[in-house]
Design a binder for this molecule. Structure first.
Ligand SMILES: Nc1nc(=O)c2c([nH]1)NC[C@@H]1CN(c3ccc(C(=O)N[C@@H](CCC(=O)O)C(=O)O)cc3)C=[N+]21
Length: 294
């Protein structure tokens, strides 16, 4: 058996086409969604991620508002920039590009954001609403990677209700919110959240119909860990130095041999990553559409 590829690039392209239509409909009502990004310091990875997000915005017609602060910026500078973004009328939603340089208190900065403008869905109020299971229009922006994972599975009609999901990694942006999302009414999966202190990780993963690996440990998940036919989402990515060439290779958490056992496999890169970026755009468009609601 060779797993069906859950193609994140093709799916993200579909999502962006649908968003382009929704942005056109908003423009007809005089509303232009705007995505703000606050980048502190000059980490090349963060710079390239932020540049990618603004390219995505241009693709669907969302306005971009970039705020870049130098690495020497103080917490007061960051707080002032957050206050400006909260007040800026052209900003529908924004993100604080993580990680912030050492010395800044990320959680305190996230809490300063206006929850209605939290395009990442990582503000405590929005994570709290996820716990409360607030559905429908009132529901807040969902964290982008968990939303991207569910959207990818849905678009390939991968069964979720009643299925055993094993998430590897309990991080803020993926593992923890994903457990809440999969157990929501309407998705109805059963979730096991594993982590570095889980006793027999392979045994847990072998029970899974859906596996999400989000830890950043190259090729952690082996083929003999996978129930034949299971869906595997490879999220964690690490730049592994090639000893011969010295080049950095992007390596996922899932060993390539898994493709011979799994029923579905998202590649990494070109899987959940592009879906994460598409869901960020969806959060901004949804926030603008909420402005239309009486
Ligand atoms: N507030 C905040 N929110 C984030 O969502 C956030 C963040 N900070 N800091 C950094 C991480 C990283 N992240 C990625 C999203 C997509 C790809 C992605 O699309 N990667 C491509 C490969 C690289 C590329 O082509 O750019 C892929 O997987 O195919 C990568 C990384 C979001 N992050």
């Amino acid at each position: 058996m060779t797993a069906l590829t859950l193609d994140g690039v093709a799916t993200a392209t579909q999502v962006k086409q649908e968003l382009t239509e929704r942005v056109r409909a908003l423009a007809a009502q005089g509303i232009v969604p705007g995505l703000g990004t606050l980048l502190v310091g000059d980490d090349p990875g963060s710079r390239s991620y932020v540049a990618g997000k603004h390219r995505d915005c241009a693709e669907v017609g969302i306005e971009s508002i970039r705020v870049d602060l130098p690495g020497s910026a103080t917490s007061a500078d960051v707080r002032a920039a957050i206050k400006d973004l909260n007040a800026a009328r052209e900003v529908t939603g924004y993100i604080i590009q993580l990680p912030l340089p050492v010395g800044h208190n990320e959680n305190a900065m996230l809490e300063l954001m206006d929850p209605a403008k939290d395009a990442d869905g990582l503000h405590p109020t929005n994570l709290g609403r996820l716990v409360l299971g607030i559905e429908g229009e009132l529901s807040s922006p969902l964290p982008c990677t968990p939303a991207g994972i569910v959207e990818l599975l849905r678009r390939y009609d991968v069964p979720i209700a009643g299925k055993n999901v094993v998430v590897i990694g309990r991080g803020l942006t993926v593992g923890r919110p994903l457990g809440l999302l999969f157990t929501r009414k309407g998705l109805d999966a059963t979730v096991t959240l594993t982590h570095s202190r889980t006793v027999d990780l392979a045994a847990e993963v072998r029970r899974a119909d859906i596996v999400v690996a989000a830890v950043g440990v190259p090729h952690l998940v082996q083929a003999d860990w996978i129930k034949p036919g299971a869906a595997v989402l490879d999220v964690g990515i690490t730049r592994v130095e090639n000893p011969e060439t010295g080049k950095g290779i992007l390596t996922g958490d899932v060993h390539p041999d898994v493709a011979t056992v799994a029923g579905y496999l998202s590649p990494n890169p070109r899987g959940v990553g592009p879906m994460t970026r598409a869901m960020l755009l969806a959060n901004v468009v949804k926030a603008s559409e909420r402005l239309l609601k009486p």
